[in-house]
Design a protein around this ligand. Structure first.
Ligand SMILES: C[S@@+](CC[C@H](N)C(=O)[O-])C[C@H]1O[C@@H](n2cnc3c(N)ncnc32)[C@H](O)[C@@H]1O
Length: 233
């Protein structure tokens, strides 16, 4: 990512609109700002997507669900790893659903990708539908994470895996907007929550992202992908 783009992202997040407004938009992009917010988040979050994508290790004919895909820019990359893969995406923002559908018309028309407006506390798929479920930068907005984890556990096949893409708490606290409605988790807290909700064999992948500039100071965010296996109930 070029430094000019990063500076634009930083200035967008630092100046108007307010941190409260940005926090609301990141939780559920809507209205005229939705497309810009999602695009900028996808730019900032590309290193995290890279980590999650690599950690997913998609195999031929797997069925995968992404929760909270934003603009859906990265869907095509999921099909590069294996053959016969079926991807489904849910996002509770109507604007993001429309944007992701626009960006991925060919994949949708070919039947490889399905995009649905839905909340992850009520996933519109039957039990044991997916080999893998993943989300990047979404758990912060789960006010009752147990409800979402129960649904993810339900739609995973036996032995299926859930991948949580997130940033370290230290990385997130740099942004003023996290004061407004973000539920930040460290790896230890998140691991405990996963274990309490039927997941086991928790493993963590860490990555130092490329350095960016924030308020004229260098900033290196840390990306994290937590892998959890569906255990018995
Ligand atoms: C901060 S953005 C992250 C977008 C993208 N995953 C990325 O890494 O750039 C959060 C996305 O998750 C969606 N989202 C938040 N909570 C959700 C929920 N409970 N169910 C479905 N989508 C949700 C939002 O609408 C938004 O598109």
């Amino acid at each position: 990512m070029g430094i000019n783009i990063l500076q634009k992202i930083q200035s967008f997040f630092r100046s108007d609109p307010s941190p409260q407004f940005i926090a609301r938009q990141l939780r559920k992009p809507s209205g005229e700002f939705a497309e810009t917010v999602a695009e900028k988040m996808n730019q900032v979050n590309k290193p995290l997507f890279d980590l999650t994508c690599q950690t997913l290790q998609i195999n031929d004919n797997e069925s995968i669900l992404e929760i909270g895909f934003g603009s859906g820019k990265f869907f095509p990359r999921l099909f590069q790893q294996a053959e016969g893969v079926q991807i489904n995406g849910i996002d509770h923002s109507e604007e993001m659903v429309q944007e992701a559908r626009r960006k991925n018309e060919n994949l949708i028309d070919s039947g490889q990708l399905q995009i649905i407006r839905a909340n992850s506390n009520d996933i519109p798929f039957s039990d044991q539908s997916f080999d893998k479920v993943f989300c990047n930068m979404v758990i912060y907005f789960w006010d009752q994470p147990e409800d979402h984890l129960e649904e993810i556990h339900r739609v995973l096949k036996p032995g299926g895996k859930f991948y949580t893409g997130m940033r370290s708490t230290e990385s997130m606290k740099v942004f003023p907007f996290v004061e407004y409605g973000f539920n930040l988790f460290g790896v230890s807290d998140w691991t405990t929550l996963l274990e309490e909700n039927g997941f086991e064999n928790i493993q963590t992948e860490l990555q130092s992202d490329p350095e960016i500039q924030l308020d004229g100071k260098p900033l290196r965010m840390e990306s994290i992908c937590v892998v959890a296996t569906k255990g018995g109930v």
